[in-house]
Design a protein. Structure first.
Length: 128
């Protein structure tokens, strides 16, 4: 079970991109997504997003907004994700040539409550 989303997202400095981190798992349990939610468990509450690491020492960092748990069913990398299984956010800014590791955490509706963390990779690159 990997806690890093399998794809590398890309954007330019001027774009604002919607990113999604899938915490669910396939019915067979053999997929490569984070798969951190237990059967019947859903994300519940605030989504926290932060830059965990970056490939260069830059002065312009990413900004994050619209941090939410999905309110509708989505298809993420070919998997049908139920409501409450995906953390979503927008990322803006960044520095050309920099790859960012983004930490995404959310609490669940489990008793006791769990706080789960996943990661997304975002590369900021301007066209040549």
């Amino acid at each position: 079970m990997s806690s890093i989303a399998p794809q590398i997202h890309e954007k330019t400095e001027g774009e604002t991109r919607l990113l999604s981190v899938d915490f669910g798992s396939s019915a067979s349990g053999d997929d490569e997504r984070t798969g951190k939610l237990s059967s019947g468990e859903l994300l519940d509450g605030a989504v926290t997003v932060a830059t965990q690491a970056k490939s260069s020492d830059t002065t312009v960092d990413l900004t994050y907004a619209s941090n939410v748990v999905n309110g509708t069913a989505l298809t993420i990398n070919g998997r049908d994700a139920l409501v409450g299984e995906v953390a979503q956010f927008t990322a803006a800014g960044g520095t050309d040539g920099t790859t960012y590791t983004i930490s995404v955490s959310a609490q669940t509706n489990a008793t006791p409550v769990q706080t789960l963390e996943g990661f997304a990779i975002l590369k900021v690159e301007e066209p040549n």
